[in-house]
Design a protein around this ligand. Sequence first.
Ligand SMILES: *Cc1c(COP(=O)(O)O)cnc(C)c1O
Length: 387
Amino acid sequence: MDTVYFDHAATTPVDERVLEAMTPYFTEHYGNANSPHQSGNNAKVAVEEARETIAEIIGAAPAEIIFTSGGTESDNTAIKGAVNATGKSDIITSPLEHHAVLHTAEAVKRNGVRPRYIEADSDGIIKPEQVKEAINADTALVSLMHVNNEIGTINPIKEIGEICTEYKVPFHSDTVQSVGKIPVDVDELGIDFLSISGHKIYGPKGIGVLYMRHGTPWLPWMHGGSQERRRRGGTLNVPGIIGLAKAMELVVDQMDDHRKKFEKLRSRLVNGLEEKFGDRCQINGDSEQRVPHIINISFIDPAGEGLDGEMLLLNLDVEGICVSNGSACTSGAMEPSHVLDGIGLDEKTANSSIRISLGKDNTAEEIDYFLDKIEVVVNRMMSTAEA
Ligand SMILES: *Cc1c(COP(=O)(O)O)cnc(C)c1O
């Protein structure tokens, strides 16, 4: 079997149709979208069409769409821009956010901002009442993600959005993992800022969107030319923008089919794991409020200790299977993932976890191949652990 790629929450391959849409903008319509001549105009027209496509998909106006270099830049831009504009000193977020939000919230401490973190239970879901309790007169921004990239849980964004609207606090949501997987409409969800990344939805790397609701207090931090209505300087990534719009169009069109497919593959996987390992494996995060394609699993040996997830990942890699694991190598030491730590997993259980994230082209045969291989690998590791 060729490589089995189960790491779509890390990145996805570019869809052929996306690549096809992008290619002419590298070679033929290569003009600078800001140039007043024909070549520039061709690029500009295509960019504005892409902007309209994306705006329509999320229920926004085209002028509320800013193109960025990806999810990380969009998260930074929303948080720093909102904090600088309001002069208030309080950001509400959660320890389960992506590092693009968490490390930005820590960085703005230098400007006297105080990030406050809403804790999650073992289900990994932030409750709207917690947000209500946390908001005060000094709150510049609430930033809470839609779908968690490590455990696949879905936050109740609509209810949180209603609270933010009621208290007139700007609300940012990192929707990098939810766009194309579940419906995302900025009015329906009450979102003022939203982040999208191209490469998580079969688009190119290095392109993203920041949606910003008209009238929301915000200041730019990327200064340069007059691009994006002076909100984000820099020559537009025309092929990237065309690719992102095409990718969004495709994933949203196919969303229902993909979800049905992921539910089937997930059942096959989860049933197979339960059959092979019983309660020696546990799936992390809420079992209902979740997307089907992200599955985070810890493996516990007979002595009740977590297996070494890093070793598990490497052993699967030898078999041609790509997954990700629940720990990160920070300055030479293995640190449990902040998300698994945030839902109360002890260090050993967190370090014993792997994340499987399915994509639209995965098959039942690949799940079966994975189940065969993981049985061999885990049993070998458990018997060495016993010896
Ligand atoms: C991947 C990811 C990001 C970062 O997006 P980039 O385009 O890679 O910068 C941010 N948030 C979440 C939830 C992600 O999964």
